[in-house]
Structure formats: structure tokens, C-alpha cells
Design a protein around this ligand. Structure first.
Ligand code: ZN
Length: 403
């Protein structure tokens, strides 16, 4: 039913070797302007301020997720046999498009503009964009079916499990990719072994064979290490705090007609909902230009924050304790800083694995040798101790260096 490309297209990738495309609809989506926009959005918000090679993009990650899904539906016999040809195309497209709604510096930007990348993802797929038209041309209602997988509303729950659960193509790609580009080895795990031990249980549940438990334990540990060493690195969070403070200042000035502002930032300054057309223009290239222009702005705070972002003049950080915070805030006030922008607190915590709680079922299941299934924390001592130990968290404050 779906048209093939004239020959198989192969794209070189340092994580997967090659990414293979043989369907015209996949190729057309990759070549659409919305998908090409992902080249201008980095995968890791502030991590490149710590790990200087972490410049890889959402574009590369999205292709990687697609390739993992493509391999799952061709190389895992249970999955290959249980999905229809149409479902295979739908789930590959969902993998390819799962991050299409990401904005620049995702989290700092999302907090200030109250946008969610998930909502934009479904809008870009369904609201008559170039991508919607490509999907609808390939098959009527294909855009709705792809969006349904992303919002967990698909008729076949297996499709959502493949791209969004605790053992999914999304996480498997970003852990390996982020480990590679940051130069940390913590994120590495045995993807091939996981592929070999993936099965389908009762027609709709993705499980891992008991003999694959060690590979999954390794994957959970790599996730744990990547969070603390990379994603939650305080220097990366310090950079993200600066972005957050700058976008907040822009909003607080409430002056969208300010002639010193480039058009790109006007909807943010107006506190308005950002249209799809405006969203398209917001990427890390255009924001970089925007910050450069703000480095000459008449508002001193905006100017200072923009220069700090441009030149990596980051805030210091310290553990947050009530006593130190009081002292610090007093000193900053005396030095003339507006605490709304020049003092910020950020608490992060992370559970490497969340066991099955009865509702949102993203848990990992293991098929034991006797044919029964067990939730991962009941099949692995390591995972059991990880989730029953104290919760790891980190409460930090960020502030300009005091002389
Ligand atoms: Zn992703």
C-alpha cells in the first residue's frame, strides 16, 4: 500500500552505523521543512556548556529513534509477526516524529512560555502543516493514527510501548547518543542483547526474556549515571537558569512593541500563545541571534543576561540550605542585584526506574523460564535495591559570582 523509494537510502550515523529508509513517506517527512528545523535544535539543553562536544541535534536523535523502531519491527521476530504492515509504518513514523514539537533549549523555554512540546508535536502532525499533508497523501487518517501512538491512544498499545515506556526506542537512542557525544562511557549498554531478548507476551505486552535481565540492569544503571553526570550537571543547570531568567525578564518588561526587540521575541514579550508559524521560526540559531541583539538592549538586566548567555559567563551554584540562602540573598541585595532574576533555586530528583503501580503502565516486564511474567524489580536484585534505597536528589541555588 505504501510506496517504496527508488533505492534504499542510507544515512551514516555514529551510533547505528547506518540509518535505512526505503519508504517514500518516511523520506518525504525527513525532507520536510518542519523536520529539517530539528537540525537547529540541540538534543541537550545546557550540557554542551560542560561537555563541549555535546552539540548533537534533535534531528540526529529522531533519525536514531526511527532506526531502532525499524530494527525492532524487522529483527525482533515476535514484533515482526504480530504487527500489520500498516502498523509498522505508523510506529516508524511515530518514532521519527515523537520530538517534532521540541522548541529551543526545551525546558527553560517551555517553563516561561507555558508551552509543552508534546502538545506542539501533535499539532504539527495534525494541523494541516507540510507534515500533515505528506502523511494524508500516503494514506487517509495516517496523521491521526501517528499522533494517537504519541499520545498513547492507539488501538494497539504495543506501538506506544515501543516509542514511549521505560524500555523504549526513545531512551535507548538518547542514552547511547548522549554518552557518545559527551564522551562519557556511563551511558553505554548492550542494545544488541536487548534486541535479542525482546518478546511479546499475550499479544500486546513487550517483555524481556529472563536471560536479558543483565542487559536491562545495565541499561537502568546507565540511565542513572547519565542523569547525575550529564543531564543534572549543575553547570548545565546554571546555563538553563540564565535562559530562564532572560525569557522571564523579556516577559516581565511587557513591552512587545519595543523597537529594540526582534520580531521573534515579540510573542514572548506579549505573553501570548505562540502560533505554529511563530513556533517554526523559534530555534537555537534564531534565538542566538536574538540574544546577540539583546546584548545592546537598553534594559540593563536583559543586556547583562544576554551577554552572560553569549559568553558563557555562568552563575555560581551552591547547595541550598535555609541559612546559606538567607545570607546569600542579603549579600546579593546589598550588591544591587534584583533577586527575581539573580537568584534561583532548582531541585532535581530522579528515580532510575519506576515499578508498576497499577495505572500508567510503562513498567518493564520479564518473562521467566517457567513462562510467567514478573515486573523488573521482582526479577532483579539490583533494580530492587535501587528503587528501595533513598531517593537521590539535588537542591541547588544559582547566583552571580560575588567578589
Ligand atoms: Zn526523544
Amino acid at each position: 500500500m505504501y510506496q517504496n523509494t527508488e533505492e534504499v537510502k542510507v544515512l551514516r550515523d555514529p551510533i547505528h552505523g547506518y540509518i535505512h529508509v526505503s519508504l517514500q513517506v518516511i523520506w518525504d517527512v525527513i525532507n520536510s521543512s518542519w523536520f529539517q528545523r530539528l537540525r537547529r535544535i540541540r538534543q541537550l539543553g545546557g550540557a554542551n556548556m560542560v561537555y563541549h562536544c555535546a552539540e548533537h541535534t534533535r534531528f540526529a536523535h529522531s533519525l536514531g529513534v526511527y532506526e531502532i523502531v525499524r530494527r525492532m519491527i524487522t529483527e525482533v521476530p515476535d514484533i515482526a509477526a504480530s504487527l500489520s504492515e500498516d502498523e509498522k509504518v505508523v510506529v516508524m513514523l511515530a518514532g521519527l516524529l515523537h520530538d517534532i514539537g521540541h522548541g529551543p533549549y526545551s525546558h527553560a523555554f517551555e517553563q516561561v512560555t507555558s508551552t509543552s512540546h508534546e502538545a506542539y508535536t501533535c499539532r504539527i502532525i495534525e494541523e494541516d502543516t507540510e507534515i500533515t499533508r505528506i502523511l494524508e497523501k500516503a494514506r487517509k487518517n495516517l496523521s491521526r493514527d501517528v499522533a494517537d501512538v504519541i499520545r498513547h491512544k492507539s488501538r494497539n498499545p504495543l506501538l506506544s510501548q515501543m516509542i514511549s515506556s521505560q524500555l523504549d526506542a526513545d531512551r535507548m537512542d538518547y542514552l547511547l547518543r548522549d554518552a557518545y557525544f559527551t564522551g562519557t562511557t556511563y551511558g553505554e549498554f548492550d542494545l544488541e542483547r536487548i534486541f535479542r531478548t525482546l518478546r511479546i507476551h499475550d499479544g500486546s505486552k513487550l517483555v524481556i526474556k529472563e536471560s536479558g535481565v543483565y542487559a536491562v540492569e545495565n541499561y537502568i544503571m546507565s540511565r542513572y549515571h547519565m542523569y547525575w553526570q550529564v543531564y543534572y550537571h549543575p553547570t548545565a543547570r546554571s546555563y538553563e537558569y540564565l535562559l530562564h531568567a532572560l525569557f522571564n525578564r523579556l516577559k516581565d518588561l511587557e513591552d512587545p512593541d519595543d523597537p529594540a526587540l526582534i520580531d521573534l521575541f515579540r510573542p514572548i514579550a506579549a505573553g501570548e500563545e505562540i502560533t505554529l508559524e511563530e513556533y517554526f521560526a523559534l530555534d537555537e540559531y534564531s534565538c542566538g541571534y536574538g540574544f546577540e541583539s539583546l546584548s545592546r538592549h537598553h534594559d540593563e538586566i536583559l543586556r547583562d543576561l544576554a551577554v552572560r548567555i553569549r559568553d558563557r559567563k555562568l552563575f555560581d551554584y551552591a547547595d541550598s540550605t535555609p541559612e546559606d540562602n538567607r545570607r546569600l540573598r542579603r549579600q546579593l541585595k546589598e550588591a544591587g542585584y534584583d533577586l527575581k532574576y539573580y537568584w534561583g533555586r532548582d531541585l532535581v530528583s530522579q528515580k532510575p526506574y519506576v515499578p508498576y503501580t497499577g495505572s500508567a503502565d510503562g513498567a518493564i516486564w520479564v518473562r521467566m523460564r517457567d513462562g510467567s511474567t514478573r515486573e523488573l524489580s521482582n526479577a532483579s536484585n539490583i533494580v530492587y535495591s535501587l528503587i528501595h534505597g533513598p531517593v537521590n536528589d539535588d537542591n541547588k541555588v544559582f547566583f552571580p559570582p560575588l567578589k
